[in-house]
Design a protein around this ligand. Structure first.
Ligand SMILES: [Zn+2]
Length: 312
């Protein structure tokens, strides 16, 4: 082994760490009634927005556009039939651009009793955005959902789960009840703006890449994906283990699917088998993200907060 150079501070070092209350994990959750764990089925209706935000010239590529249009045109109707078969309500996170392009799809989701939540306007990635730019994106998405569906969403999920240290406060400014973008916990919690008294807060419903169909199925040459498309059987096995493990620990199984990916027949068949497993767990509460957020906010949980950003 070669001797490595001594570590020195540089102009790019982040500075001394700010102490975090890392020794305290989240409070255990008392789930409703006789249940001891929760599960949320969510669908991120990215459609064309996700490929236009990364490269607007994708708008000229008919096949790329059609790949994304599969979600609202073919995936969503099949997903709605699946949810109806099992008498389940789900949460659809919708970019404002998608709502404006597919108002009839949004109407069918709303009419079926599902929750619509905020997912940016053009599925913007906020990395490098100023707080005012991020605020403008949030307001544009809110305006689109109001214009198309006449609704004010209770929840927000950041596109690509990419947030800034300004995001929680911007959501609180707009009276969002919950966010679903962070990854530091197995159960939902109350995220406070700061550690001091009187801090504003919102419910946080954590997510993780392992419970997202994007990593399993997404493949669009020259746009995204590794080229490896996983078998739905492997995905079902992985998610079943996650479900059983989280349920045994009183956690919240928060699953993210995209209609343009999981709306395809074999993948939705695998999801149906997972739903059958969920329904076989009598102590599992299957709810929308808004219902879980309402429940979390009704509990007397100790809020969690984050230290200030290391780099302003
Ligand atoms: Zn998305």
């Amino acid at each position: 082994m070669s001797e490595s150079a001594p570590v020195t501070s540089t102009d790019t070092a982040p500075g001394s760490p700010v102490a975090h209350n890392a020794t305290r994990s989240a409070d255990p959750i008392a789930w409703p009634g006789n249940t001891s764990a929760a599960a949320i089925l969510s669908f991120d209706l990215d459609a064309e927005a996700v490929v236009l935000s990364s490269d607007v010239t994708n708008a000229t590529r008919l096949s790329v556009m059609s790949h994304q249009a599969y979600g609202p045109l073919t995936g969503v109707p099949r997903i709605l039939r699946l949810l109806q078969r099992h008498d389940l309500r789900a949460t659809f996170f919708v970019p404002g651009y998608t709502a404006e392009r597919y108002p009839e799809t949004i109407a069918t989701i709303v009419d079926a009793g599902h929750e619509i939540a905020h997912h940016g306007y053009l599925h913007e990635r906020v990395r490098g955005m100023s707080a005012s730019e991020e605020a403008e994106m949030l307001d544009r998405g809110l305006a689109a959902l109001w214009r198309v569906a006449g609704l004010r969403p209770a929840g927000y999920r950041a596109p690509m789960w990419e947030t800034t240290y300004a995001t929680p406060s911007l959501l609180m400014d707009r009276a969002f009840m919950y966010d679903s973008s962070l990854m530091d916990c197995d159960v939902p919690y109350i995220l406070a703006e700061h550690a001091g008294p009187g801090a504003r807060s919102l419910a946080e419903i954590p997510v993780h890449w392992a419970l997202d169909d994007w990593e399993q199925y997404a493949y669009l040459p020259e746009v995204f994906g590794s080229g490896l498309i996983e078998s739905p059987a492997k995905v079902l096995e992985m998610w079943s283990l996650e479900l059983q493990s989280l349920a045994s620990e009183g956690g919240c199984f928060s699953l993210t699917n995209h209609p343009f990916l999981s709306g395809r027949p074999a993948r939705l068949r695998a999801l149906e088998q997972l739903i059958e497993m969920m329904r076989s767990l009598p102590s599992l509460w299957i709810a929308t993200a808004e219902e879980v957020a309402c429940h979390i906010r009704s509990l007397d949980l100790q809020p969690r907060s984050f230290p200030p950003a290391i780099i302003e």
